[in-house]
Design a protein around this ligand. Sequence first.
Ligand SMILES: CC(C)(COP(=O)(O)OP(=O)(O)OC[C@H]1O[C@@H](n2cnc3c(N)ncnc32)[C@H](O)[C@@H]1OP(=O)(O)O)[C@@H](O)C(=O)NCCC(=O)NCCS
Length: 350
Amino acid sequence: MEKVFALPNGEELVASVLGPGEGRGTTAVQHEVYSFLTRPFDPWMVPTEGGFLAEFLAGTDDPSLADTMLVGRIDGTVVGTAWHGTDHDLPEMGGYGFVFTEPEQRGKGIAQRLTELSISGFWAVGGQVSYLGTMNPVAQHIYEKNDYRHYNGLTFRALRPGTDADTFDETFFGRAGDGEVRDIRLGDIGAYTGLVMLLEPREWLVRDYTEAMFYAPPAVQASGCLRPFFNSMTRHTASPANAWKVLINDRGRLVASANLWAPTHAPVAANATMEFQAAPAYVDRASAVIEAALEDAAANDVRAVRACAVGEARLAVLREAGFVEEVVQPAALDLGDQRVDVTVMRRDLG
Ligand SMILES: CC(C)(COP(=O)(O)OP(=O)(O)OC[C@H]1O[C@@H](n2cnc3c(N)ncnc32)[C@H](O)[C@@H]1OP(=O)(O)O)[C@@H](O)C(=O)NCCC(=O)NCCS
């Protein structure tokens, strides 16, 4: 779909909205967008993000991802981009990113037009919540004009118009059956991000130690948004030892997750680190998703798995999953007004 906007300065912005699978490939057109966004002579994104961008532009093999690429042009030249990804089968939760306007074209309203197109398209397919992360005040201003609100640290979320922000998490991630375990997939980008960002269970503090995601407001809040998904997915696809399982409830919602990271260097390859998250209503099912991930890892020669926890509630989940205390790192986590111990738990896979 193409939409033409008359910008306030009189110029014409032609916005291409490339729906899932549309306009993808490895031709000069996609290469132009890739170079525009990655800025080879002034890079602003990390290689992991660049790798996913290349995959999204080329068209991913994973049919679970429904992503929309937005490309704005003035006089045929790319001047701005944006991207939104959600799940193909259940497009409820999404992630927004790759928003960039050519420096000389800034202030003309380009990012605002693309953001409007992105979020209105997501509501039209049934979207419930979209996440993004930024520390840029100009970007924040634009996102706030388009229903995004500050949520957790640098993360913003837009809730479907009419949704009660105070009760959304509890309702959306509420109990609906015991859930079934399956592998993670690319279409989970919004759903997994929503799970990592959840403000509850408040007492867990550690959300993803590997990705330095902690939640202990006001001093410590989310320091990333889509980054944990991109990085963990990169590790997961790099090696079968890096198992990643998620729990899907009866409403098709992702409510718990466990992923592993085993180093590739032979002397330590049998030692993995595990990260896990669960919505409050599914804490009792966290050990099931952990067990499934450990089974996969054991089949791929992982022999010992370690996970970090602060606080009794998270430690209890690990104990239930067969982990025992290995070491306590005194005052390892700085929460601003206090330092707390981090307990490293270990489970041997035999
Ligand atoms: C953020 C970015 C995409 C904005 O693109 P843009 O096309 O120039 O944005 P627009 O012209 O649509 O809108 C700019 C708005 O910011 C406002 N603005 C400008 N400076 C501002 C500031 N310091 N603080 C808050 N708002 C500011 C403008 O007034 C305008 O809003 P208005 O129309 O309500 O008056 C662009 O600056 C960029 O590419 N930055 C680098 C990449 C980046 O940070 N991307 C976002 C991270 S996810």
